[in-house]
Design a protein around this ligand. Structure first.
Ligand code: GTP
Ligand code: SPV
Ligand code: MN
Length: 610
């Protein structure tokens, strides 16, 4: 019999019944309800940091003068990224999940999971985590309960969500509408690792992983996979998008843009961008609302409003430094969890590739081996895992938006798609209208990154940057986009596409990126307000070269380079479009019903390209 360490935090019979059932299934030795109090969290931090060296739950306190409240953790080397091949959407019919998802019959999957979860928490403690995705009291927020046997998950969920007793206040005592999440590290056996969503049951099961998006069930599993399905049914959108506010000197109000880029393609960077000096001197200011996920719903005024359902940033560490992303780095200087970065043993802090030029001498690489950092790196090794991450509270971010907790969200003026494309895709273009913008989103493809297991640098389709996260049939998802456009009418955000990653013949990035992306966002905002003209091409509206402000980077980006960045190569685009026809055909063969409107767009682009 499990020993219940503290009283349940709710009277909600649906929660209590479900928790009881999972206790019976997983048979933990102890059960602790996570109230979110500082005392309880401190106790858990102490416990997990006191574990013996080599224990795979172990966490380490970092230098508390330099990094107050910060702790460190390394996961097993076989458990360092999302595992898309082991992620399932279990809908009653296969077509419900569609061709972009792995599917298994729900009864069969339940049987498999039941077996795996039976006794999985024996000898361990089950933590019952109530959490809200979205500000407490927001009409757009939703409640989840995650059961886990990992303190690492509890401590991460504390940063990433509004966690604890207050989340139950949002749910109430009689409401059955919460997302059930069950997670166990079990044996961290990669062969038996499953990340499973049952959209019709509002339920998520995750077993045999202890890493990030696989186990922080509020994030990808709930806020994207389950929520995208809820959004379709309830008339809103859950997207893999950052939310950025920009205050321009001439505007009365802050304008908001959202942007969907595939994993590790620059959302956190754009979300926290610092405008270049030239822009700062003019009075431009930027504000972060979110860096990964946006939930968006039409407001009373007919515009689309966005909230960030999260409460923190689970950001890519490598490459983050004072110059590339000052605000992200600043966000990690207190109360942050670092996962799979390197330890700097000179002063018990952390290090990753790109943090500083010189690696520390006394270091431990991410797997825990003591190495001479400089010699180790000189040999071509990496001290930090490429997908090593920080979990940082949003309130730490120097440019966090004053609207971050606004329960109504912020109005969206423009939506941006993008990916890593070394060729073909110009720096920026605007879609002709919402339906064409939906096509542009459907056509996002990007070179793969370390955020998911598998080969890196391979071009793959990642529609709306949601390929791993659409919780239902991709064809119906696109139909929902088109439907939302009809509801929003002329109040719909304008849709753009960007590419920061175009390379020259020598393989160098042609665009400086990072803060200089402000120059592109500026053009986007000018298009929204009708201040800038454009060049009409077969693929959309492109900037006139003189409308991309290069003040301060004229030496870095020549007019010739800019012309290349803004070029549309008809032959490459003919191939691109033919490829899209193949992709739609492949999806159709896999059971997707592609909306006719998207084929109409394809026809139009093809005829324009000649
Ligand atoms: P997820 O958290 O996985 O969803 O990733 P993300 O989309 O938030 O990506 P992030 O901002 O963390 O960037 C990932 C990598 O892209 C980092 O190594 C960055 O240095 C790099 N990056 C971001 N923005 C730019 C850019 O404008 N230009 C170039 N060249 N690289 C960039
Ligand atoms: C992503 O891969 O898009 C992430 C990281 O944001 S994870 O939460 O691990 O999915
Ligand atoms: Mn992401």
């Amino acid at each position: 019999m499990a020993k219940i360490l503290n009283a349940p935090l709710t009277k909600n019979p649906y929660v209590l019944k479900w928790v009881e059932e999972q206790i019976a299934l997983t048979t933990p030795d102890y059960v602790m309800w996570i109230d979110g109090s500082a005392e309880q969290l401190d106790q858990l931090r102490n416990e997990v940091c006191a574990l013996p060296e080599g224990h795979n739950d172990k966490m380490y306190r970092l230098n508390q003068d330099k990094l107050p409240g910060c702790i460190y953790h390394r996961t097993l080397p076989n458990d360092v990224a999302r595992v898309e091949g082991r992620t399932f959407i279990c809908t009653p019919e296969k077509d419900g999940a569609g061709p972009t998802n792995n599917w298994m019959d729900p009864a069969e999957m339940h049987a498999k999971l039941n077996k795996l979860f039976t006794g999985a928490m024996k000898g361990r403690t089950m933590y019952v985590i109530p959490y809200s995705m979205g500000p407490i009291g927001s009409p757009l927020a939703k409640v989840g309960v995650e059961l886990t046997d990992s303190i690492y998950v509890v401590l991460n969920m504390e940063i990433m969500t509004r966690m604890g007793k207050r989340a139950f206040e949002n749910l109430g005592d009689e409401n059955p509408d919460f997302v059930k999440g069950l997670h166990s590290k079990a044996l961290v056996d990669p062969e038996e690792r499953y990340i499973v969503q049952f959209p019709q049951e509002n339920a998520i099961y995750s077993i045999n992983s202890a890493y990030g998006g696989n186990v922080l069930l509020g994030k990808k599993c709930f806020a994207l996979r389950i929520a995208s399905y809820q959004g379709k049914n309830e008339g809103w959108m859950a997207e893999h998008m950052l939310i950025l506010g920009v205050k321009r000197p001439g505007d009365d109000e802050v304008k908001y843009v959202t942007a969907a880029f595939p994993s590790a393609c620059g959302k956190t960077n754009l979300a926290m961008l610092i405008p270049p000096k030239y822009y700062r001197e003019q009075g431009y200011e930027t504000f972060t609302v979110g860096d990964d996920i946006a939930w968006m719903k039409p407001g009373k005024d007919g515009r689309l409003y966005a909230i960030n359902p999260e409460n923190g940033f689970f950001g890519v560490a490598p490459g983050t430094n004072e110059n590339s992303n000052f605000n992200a780095l600043a966000s990690t200087r207190k109360n942050t969890i670092f996962t799979n970065v390197a330890m700097n043993e000179e002063d018990n802090t952390v290090w990753w590739e790109g943090l500083t030029k010189e690696p520390p001498v006394f270091a431990r690489e991410w797997k825990g081996a003591k190495v001479n950092g400089k010699a180790f790196v000189a040999d071509g090794n990496k001290l930090a895992h490429p997908n090593s991450r920080f979990t940082a509270p949003a309130i730490n971010c120097p440019c966090i938006s004053p609207e971050f907790d606004n329960p109504q969200g912020v109005p969206v003026s423009a939506m941006i798609f993008g990916g890593r494309r070394e060729s073909t895709t110009p720096l920026v273009y605007q879609s002709f209208d919402w339906v064409h913008g939906t096509y542009v989103g459907s056509a996002v493809s990007s070179e793969t990154t370390a955020a998911a297991t598998g080969e890196v640098g391979v071009l793959r389709h990642d529609p709306m940057a949601m390929k791993p996260f659409i919780g239902y049939n991709v064809g119906d998802y696109w139909a929902h986009w088109i439907e939302m456009g009809k509801i929003l009418g002329d109040k719909a955000p304008k849709i753009f596409n960007v590419n920061w990653f175009r390379k020259d013949e020598e393989g160098h990035f042609m665009w400086p990126g990072f803060g200089d992306n402000m120059r592109v966002v500026d053009w986007i905002l000018k298009r929204v307000s009708g201040e800038a003209d454009a060049v009409e091409t077969a693929i959309g509206y492109l900037p006139k070269p003189e409308d991309i402000n290069l003040s301060g980077i004229e030496d870095e980006v020549s007019q010739e380079t800019l012309a290349k960045l803004l070029s549309v190569d008809k032959d490459l685009w003919k191939k691109e479009v033919a490829q899209m026809r193949d992709y739609y055909a492949e999806l159709t063969a896999g059971g997707a019903h592609i909306p006719q409107e998207l084929y109409d767009v394809l026809d139009k682009i093809e005829s324009k390209l000649g």
